[in-house]
Design a protein around this ligand. Sequence first.
Ligand code: GAP
Length: 510
Amino acid sequence: MINQEDFFKKIISHAKEYGFVFPSSEIYDGLSAVYDYGQNGVELKNNIRQYWWKSMVQYHENIVGIDAAIFMHPTTWKASGHVDAFNDPLIDNKDSKKRYRADVLVEDHMAKIEGKITKEVAKAQKRFGDAFDETQFKTTNQRVLDYQQQIDTISQRFYAALEKNDLQDVKQLIEDLGIVCPVSGSRNWTEVRQFNLMFSTKMGSTADGANEIFLRPETAQGIFVNYLNVQKTGRMKLPFGIAQTGKAFRNEIVARQFIFRMREFEQMEMQFFVRPGDEKMWYEYWKKERMNWHLSLGIPADKYRFHDHEKLAHYANAAADIEFEFPFGFKELEGVHSRTDFDLSAHQKHSAKKLQYFDPETNQSYVPYVVETSIGLDRMFLAILSNAFSEEKLEDGSERVVLKLPALLAPYKAAILPLMKKDGLPEKAREILAELQEDFMCHYEEKDAIGKRYRRHDAIGTPYCITIDHQSLEDNTVTIRERDSMAQDRIPVEELAAIIRKRIRPVKQA
Ligand code: GAP
């Protein structure tokens, strides 16, 4: 049994070896937390984006899309709160010269204590067998109660300090908990400082008095500033949504875990504008709808969970993460936030332009409330990739690496493989290719033995390999091999498109 760290390393090297993800500008040794997508990666990424767009825009009469610029007027970020509050508390270790997020150090410490609780539970479960009652154990076992008490005390002090921006107490807490630098092992820490995560650049020439502008840290603000344009030109009635996908940039202090936390990444966001008072109902609706979207890809439900936020951002009155079980544990994949009228009201104030909605049903004008769904495309890519990666031992003793990607998202839906490079087989294969590639991404390959070609397509997740042999010339049938079961069937060429189409349908959710 390999450990999760090694498993994750295997996924990263597989992603590179098979043209999914490369380190950015690798010939210059890469750029930290920036990645490029290769020939197969770009297909997978496009497919995820398209499926999201289709689900949000094409299937909802009351949601439309936009594509706003990455550069925005600098006041946007003052109004949104990003200039003043889009900060992470950072701390340096003086010996290793390594930089950390103070909140991550404390949260990791709490997670370690949580791990001790999990161990106690597992031990007890073994001891008591079927008679084990986890809730009762957790509420009565003294050792578990003590651990829980420790977590509660740390968490109360920590969040109170952050709330008051009392960075001295955050540092004191790190010292009191005896947290050491994982690299140097020392407790020689600097003060904690706030670090703004926005990248800035200059627009216009310096001689003309260039303006400092920011690379957007979220796509959402491009939607808010266009709210009235879309509402008026599209004659949209509440409730309605505006969707957008695009790049976002954050100067993350701790950028690790491959494409999980990047400095340049892509978001898929939707702001749903509702009548004030209706936001909680819509928040629950979108939580369910978004979870169903994930499940419609056929990934097991136990890989996902909700994490409801107890501590809310100043603009939110409810928020939850959809977490996914990555190889390094359950982590945030998507956020659903009830953002009240905070953003539109702030833009109204800073721009001095009315951003209201006239409600014909109540004859009143008001600033709509907003429920947001926000997912990182790269993070979704990693979730899909890590769930799909598997190594299998076959009956004949050989091994294969297979990406069990949802067929809907796979870079290629079918590989078209003439058994030999002669006797008219390539010509027949190209005929089939021309037919299928009208509707599906297909890959034509005639080099190497057929077994080798199967393995290559297993490794990039192609759901079907279609082999054209001498019999195909006689009766217009081909062999179709299914990726996961490796089962092979002989079928008429006319049935191919219907088989592929059926396989790439999403799984319907209740
Ligand atoms: N408009 C709301 C917003 O931006 P967020 O929780 O900061 O909320 C939303 O980000 C999603 O964007 C996250 O759930 C995550 O999937 C993705 N994301 C955020 N920071 C990221 C990063 N540095 N690298 C990759 N994805 C990131």
